[in-house]
Write a protein that binds this ligand. Structure first.
Ligand SMILES: Cc1cc2nc3c(=O)[nH]c(=O)nc-3n(C[C@H](O)[C@H](O)[C@H](O)COP(=O)(O)OP(=O)(O)OC[C@H]3O[C@@H](n4cnc5c(N)ncnc54)[C@H](O)[C@@H]3O)c2cc1C
Length: 381
């Protein structure tokens, strides 16, 4: 279905980004998949192209345009190019981490961090999850005790995207006993004494994405690194999670569409029993169903992005988009892989990597079950 969602500016931005992806990421992607991490330099290259911090005000070097369609078009190009493992770090930086800096930093913090975030000199991550607390965010135990003009932080985080490469980690810490009002956010920086990276975790998919454990032992974090008010961390996370979930949903539909396009081509080339695979009625029906589901999901998602731009996207609508689009992603890619036969199981075919990369999108950013809890709460249940 034709989409009336983007202006010429968004499409041109997407094309320019695709040229960067084709030049900087695609030729090295399989090496980085094997290495289990992408180099920090990709952020600096992206920064030079203007692909980081589009929403950052111009006075800090940013694009000065707060329009999530620019983020969306980048995510779609990452999926089309088949480089989500590497691209995820960039979308996490732009879509998930940056909003915390834009909304909650004071002027001094903005001066200190935004220019580096835009240039790619400072890579960001957000650390909520702990070994003992994932879905139940209010159960975090990493503690931050005030000592003069510093907090002393002790604890650990796990599964942190950009965990090895990150310079600035938005860290959820416990500053009080109350499950919600006892949580604060602070920026823990590369090089602070007592801040150690653990393992770069070995994963089912997203191999070129560094996902790590972080450990904090008596880390002295200046009070000047706290984001916003003490005790407001849970509220801040609740405010920003809808944008993170929209970003994951965008990736989900874009991955499903990219797999669909590749499969449509494949079934017209590959033959069995003297006919193309695409001539079997089963193939026609499967692909007809998939493109219908993808287009329907896209329409809802584009509307969510419009609401996000109007600052009116509800937590429930973002949760609907997240669970629906990522479940679709899993279903669609599984069916596309099946239509590739044995070749679909080989990592040289993008559909096999998409299959492995897709599994986590139903888990991170809040699981499908937690998304359904958010939706059911909006029903008064
Ligand atoms: C590759 C990867 C990258 C990640 N990146 C980050 C990151 O950058 N930053 C970060 O902070 N975290 C990150 N995470 C963590 C991720 O957000 C959590 O794994 C996720 O929120 C689930 O938490 P958990 O793993 O502790 O599972 P659990 O909370 O233990 O859940 C286990 C199962 O129980 C279900 N469940 C839990 N509670 C309920 C309930 N109330 N009702 C019904 N079912 C329930 C869940 O849906 C799930 O199926 C990442 C995870 C992965 C795998």
């Amino acid at each position: 279905m034709d989409r009336n969602h983007y202006d010429a500016d968004h499409l041109a931005f997407g094309e320019a980004f695709r040229a960067y992806v084709d030049k900087v990421i695609v030729p090295n992607y399989m090496d980085w998949e094997r290495a289990g991490i992408s180099p920090r330099e990709i952020f600096q290259e992206a920064g030079k192209g203007g692909f980081l911090g589009m929403a950052v005000p111009e006075e800090f070097g940013g694009g000065g345009v707060d329009d999530f369609r620019f983020n969306q078009v980048l995510n779609e190009q990452i999926a089309l190019a088949g480089v989500t493992g590497t691209g995820l770090g960039i979308s996490l930086h732009n879509d998930t981490c940056l909003p915390y800096f834009l909304t909650f930093c004071n002027d001094e913090q903005k001066q200190r961090w935004l220019p580096g975030i835009v240039s790619g000199g400072l890579i960001t991550a957000v650390a909520m999850t702990e070994p003992g607390a994932g879905s139940d965010l209010s159960g975090i135990r990493t503690s931050a005790k005030l000592d003069g003009d510093h907090y002393v932080v002790n604890g650990s985080k796990t599964f942190i995207t950009n965990g090895i490469n990150a310079d600035l980690v938005i860290t959820a810490v416990r500053t009080g006993e109350d499950r919600h009002k006892g949580i604060s956010l602070m920026i823990i920086e590369r090089g602070m004494d007592g801040f150690e990276r653990g393992r770069n975790l070995d994963k089912l998919g997203l191999h070129s994405q560094d996902t790590a454990e972080l450990a904090f032992t008596d880390v002295r974090v200046p009070v000047a690194n706290r984001l916003g008010e003490e005790g407001e961390g849970f509220t801040y996370l609740t405010q920003k999670l809808p944008q993170e979930r929209t970003s994951i949903a965008v990736n989900g539909v874009a991955e499903a569409r990219a797999a669909f396009e590749e499969t449509l081509q494949y079934v017209q080339d590959r033959k069995a029993f003297g006919k193309t695979i695409g001539s079997f009625q089963n193939t026609k029906f499967v692909l007809a169903e998939l493109i219908t589901e993808i287009d329907v999901a896209q329409a809802f998602l584009d509307q969510c992005v419009d609401r996000l731009n109007e600052k009116k996207l509800s937590a429930a609508d973002a949760a609907k988009a997240k669970w629906w689009c990522t479940e679709l992603q899993g279903r669609a890619i599984d069916k596309c892989l099946q239509l590739h036969g044995g070749y679909g199981y080989m990592t040289e075919y993008p559909v096999s990597r998409r299959y492995a990369d897709a599994r986590v999108t139903r888990i991170y950013g809040g699981t499908t079950e937690i998304m359904k809890s958010v939706v059911s709460k909006s029903l008064g249940l």
